[in-house]
Design a protein around this ligand. Sequence first.
Ligand code: PLP
Length: 345
Amino acid sequence: MNLQALVRPNIWHLSPYSCARQEYSAGNATVFLDANESPYNPPLNRYPDPLQHRLKQAVEQIKGIPEACTFLGNGSDEAIDLVLRVFCEPGVDNVVAISPTYGMYEVCAHINNVEYRPVSLGAGFSLQSERVLAATDDHTKVIFLCSPNNPTGNTLERVEVDKLLARFSGIVVMDEAYSDFSSVRPYRLDLQAYPNLIVLNTLSKAWASAAIRLGMAFASEEIIELMNRVKYPYNISLPTQKEALAILQKEVQVKEWVQLILSERTRLMAAFARLPLCREVFPTEANFFLARVSEATKIYHYLIACGIVVRDRSRVELCADSLRITIGTPLENDALLDALRKYEA
Ligand SMILES: *Cc1c(COP(=O)(O)O)cnc(C)c1O
């Protein structure tokens, strides 16, 4: 892979903004008169660490990826946007993605005026690497994959992903937002074998911290350096860095939550499959499942009237009459089942 050939020329030649907190490094200074901050109201008066050194060290303990190969963003969404801005020339380049999948890849592509080429999944929502490759051309810079995939819940087959990684000479983004719920080996652990791979993780799902907005991208040092160059200097606020450190300290608790969710997933899916309105429950490796029902949109509105919100995916490709249901607490899951048992077509 030739990285320079993939990166937009203006980004390759960019000299990044150098912020005060970056120019001054370590040492024993105690008087900070360099950044036009207020001397009052500590600690919020100070700009946060632009490269989140302490937080990345904590992430490394858990994810096993060195700091130099880690980018932290305002949600995974920032990482998705940066990938487009680093690699795709607006109006010229394109990206390819599986379909259906997470909606942000398409939205971010369109915001950046980058052509988005969706490629349908096959039977059982399987990745068809030949179809994906056939949709690429000389201007395809990025392929977006998601495993476990949202909204289908399944993981993508390793042999098919490997074919793409081997035969596509651009960037492959593998979104592993739900890998904490999956028994399948994540690609994050195999980053060193693939110089063109970017893996996305988030604190929004298993780590129970969607409110703080912290996403992660793991890739080669060279790719991470490009993303750091383009991001806003202080993209992760101090409160977010603090809360992220706090939740990463609670790994044992988080793993217990994941186990609870997984056992509830088994129970809820089995009970859901027995409902008269259920046509099919699709296998999942995530903290949600997709189910085909008798009449998705009617059932969706019925549930809203019961005070229960699920996701109606029935207008999404391959998801006709399908609802996506997140696993809640045992009480919440029972509320859903009770309401659906009372549903009259
Ligand atoms: C929920 C989700 C995310 C999380 O995005 P954040 O911006 O980190 O909250 C990322 N990717 C997928 C596929 C998701 O479903």
